[in-house]
Ligand binder design. Structure first.
Ligand code: ATP
Ligand code: MG
Length: 263
């Protein structure tokens, strides 16, 4: 067993400077993720979920505490590791594809920025498009794809450099319920073929439990980790799991915790 966790947050706090004093966004966040683990993060709007991802991605500095990926503090972990795998990739709520590129070019963009040749880019993009169920759409433009297809393309792009950490900020929030179920199954299937550790921010209690190995529930601002649940259901899971009493009990418990903030 490797004692160094894939991702470690230790006593991380964040206060934003503001015109009328500081805004305390996060207070004393500590958790770690094992390699390949999927951690769901639930919490009320404004509790600092996106800020956690932005700090892991090095886009914001913590006010206190440390963040490390495989034991390396983030600033240095951002550079390529020895195997050439980047530390992380981020998928946002909206797909952020470049409209003037076709799907293959969008997915291959990170490889292009690394200077990979055209043949390598094409071959690798094809592999990823197969993985996310988009083979045949290489030449399509983003505006010719549905919302779910665009989001799958964004996930393919995030995976193309085989990141250690996949940071997903409400990636399926804009999708209808059925497409969302399909995307949940898709993400689960992809996880069986990649070794990335995943942080999934979601507002859906069902999604958090269905996909998570663990669920972290955050309090309102200043965000703290109010509870951590190990999700006991073996992977891979199918959608019928959501109708079982065990699944619904866990969702209910989380709902009680989350609605408790408003009373
Ligand atoms: N750059 C910034 N400058 C000042 N305050 C900020 C900045 N970014 C975030 N905040 C504040 O920090 C708090 C947390 O914001 P954050 O976006 O992380 O919340 P969130 O949990 O992702 O919310 P949501 O669920 O609505 O996306 C909010 O009060 C927000 O106003
Ligand atoms: Mg957010």
């Amino acid at each position: 067993m490797n004692a160094v966790p894939e991702l470690l947050l230790d006593g991380v706090s964040k206060t934003f400077a503001g015109p009328t004093g500081g805004v305390e966004a996060l207070r004393d966040i500590s958790f770690s993720a094992r390699r390949g683990e999927l951690i769901s993060i639930l919490g009320p709007s404004g509790c600092g979920k996106t800020t956690i991802l932005r700090m892991i991605a090095g886009l914001e500095q913590p006010t206190a505490g440390t963040i490390a990926i495989r034991g390396q503090p983030i600033n240095t972990a951002r550079t390529l590791s020895r195997e050439g795998a980047p530390s992380f990739a981020v998928v946002f709520q909206e797909p952020r594809l470049l409209p003037w590129f076709n799907i293959e070019e969008n997915v291959a963009l990170p490889l292009r920025l690394k200077g990979a040749d055209a043949a390598t880019r094409r071959a690798r993009a094809h592999e990823l498009l197969v993985l996310v169920g988009l083979s045949g759409f290489e030449r399509a433009r983003p505006d010719q794809l549905s919302g779910g297809m665009k989001q799958r393309a964004a996930i393919a792009r995030a995976l193309i450099l085989e990141p250690k950490l996949l940071l997903l900020d409400e990636p399926f929030g804009a999708l209808d319920a059925m497409t969302r179920d399909q995307m949940n199954l898709e993400l689960q299937r992809i996880r069986q073929t990649i070794s990335s550790t995943v942080l999934l921010i979601t507002h859906s209690l069902n999604e958090a439990v269905f996909l998570g190995d663990r669920v972290l529930a955050m309090s309102p601002r200043p965000g703290r980790i109010a509870a951590s649940y190990d999700v006991p259901f073996p992977q891979p899971r199918d959608l019928d799991l959501q109708s079982t009493p065990e699944f619904q009990d866990l969702v209910k418990e989380l709902r009680r915790l989350m609605t408790g903030w408003h009373t």
